[in-house]
Design a protein around this ligand. Sequence first.
Ligand SMILES: Nc1ncnc2c1ncn2[C@@H]1O[C@H](COP(=O)(O)OP(=O)(O)OP(=O)(O)O)[C@@H](O)[C@H]1O
Ligand SMILES: [Mg+2]
Length: 521
Amino acid sequence: MDQTRPKTSPKHFQDEDRYRRLIDAITDYAIFMLDAHGCVSSWNPGAQRFKGYTAAEILGQHFSQFYTPEDRVAGVPAKALRAAAAGRFEAEGWRLRKDGTRFWAHVVIDPIREPSGELVGFAKITRDLTDQHEAERERDDARQALLQSQKLDALGQLTGGIAHDFNNLLMTIIGGLDLVRKRLPPDPKTTLLVQNAMQAAQRGSALVQRMLAFARRQPLDLRPVEAPALVRGIAEMLRRSLGAGVRISMRFAGDLRPALTDPNQLENALVNLALNARDAMPGGGTIFIEADRRMVMEGQEGGLAPGAYLRLSVRDTGHGMDAHTLARAKEPFFTTKGVGAGAGLGLSMAHGLAEQSGGRLTMASRLGEGTVVELWLPEAPEASRVTGAPSADELSQSVEISGSPMVILAVDDDALVLLNTTAMLEDLGHRVLTATAADEAMGVLAREDVDLVITDYAMPDVDGLKLAGMIRDRWPDTTVMLATGYAELPEGQGEGLLRLSKPYLQSDLTRAIAAARACRA
Ligand SMILES: Nc1ncnc2c1ncn2[C@@H]1O[C@H](COP(=O)(O)OP(=O)(O)OP(=O)(O)O)[C@@H](O)[C@H]1O
Ligand SMILES: [Mg+2]
């Protein structure tokens, strides 16, 4: 016997024993060996603990059974051994337990060689990182969601700012054209030109309204809305505009309660969603519009306040969206429809409406499998007749439009808008006083006897809402009307005030003044 071989020395036995006890004491790592062909040749308690096999069950089996079927088909186990034989293999991935469940593993495989260099097997160390992996994934998801909502917020601010300025410009153009039209000599050519210009300006205004909707800065007329009646009301129009190949199927749960939202804006949103569905089904198909009641508990449904919601969904069986499109679909001006075909504002405005109503818009879609968009809208409180001033529209239906001339104070920090409003009011026969800021307005009111104040909301220093409060304190009998296209009014404020949406035509002013008269009467 060769006494010099270290393998047989008592010292060696001692070392090997200590080494074995060390390996057996480790339960957080699976430490085991494979022979040169990949069959398991040793097993430790750690391996048994999280892979589930006892040593008797697994010794002699091929290690590829720890891999998922997909990985086995892709030849991952063989590649791992080849990489290990060439030096070292290290990777993370899903592995299987004996009971078939998956765990996220960190794996290192090192080659074991004879001093001669001959490969005799592999040492394999596996760690179960499932918890860590899940926590990382959740953190990633949360980070992504936060980034996405920050991006939408930033876009909202930008869009809202641009829309606000454009709204004022359009207001001047539309108002001016409205007056010019009345004063034109009866020349058909000129009339046509002015009409065209007016139509273009109104289209611009519709675009601006959608931008404001996305930015959650449109003046909303919140009231209890019966979804089935509203959907049935627009179904006929939808059928006509969607074309022959597209069917609409409606289904509403029996226990629905009214939602609190703006009915006109909700109609717009639904029309947008239906048009999107149609565009996704060029060969025709069915659009399913459905509604049911959902209760949201604290902490559920991604940040929705607890309470009862109406879930209104629009589903199609069209071409669907890939992950990139789905992630960006709500962004303003994101469209895949090509120049002139889509503005990319439909989903943005529907999203803005849902958020501004205290709800949410969610989307699910897969390429080739269709899309479902859900609008979650909070239910209206029991027996609510929404508080707040009746809209000018509502009042005008019951009052006579004409009346004696009034003294009207127009307040706006934008000189062009002010000039335009003045021209329209004077044209209606009223005496008009003007101010470009709140203190100036208070000065005018102190000197003059004013019947009605029409003030802009968004003004620097003192806004229209504060001015209205100051006027109410000193002259409680003076009627104040708030003109706004940028109505990010603080929650619950501005109630009891008459409203006028910008941009307005002379006819809108006429109706609003009639409403003001009705309030004074
Ligand atoms: N139902 C759907 N199926 C497939 N893709 C959709 C669907 N709805 C929206 N999308 C995708 O999302 C994009 C943005 O939709 P959005 O409604 O905001 O704008 P748009 O339809 O392109 O233009 P606009 O609505 O302003 O006319 C679309 O261009 C399309 O790529
Ligand atoms: Mg659209």
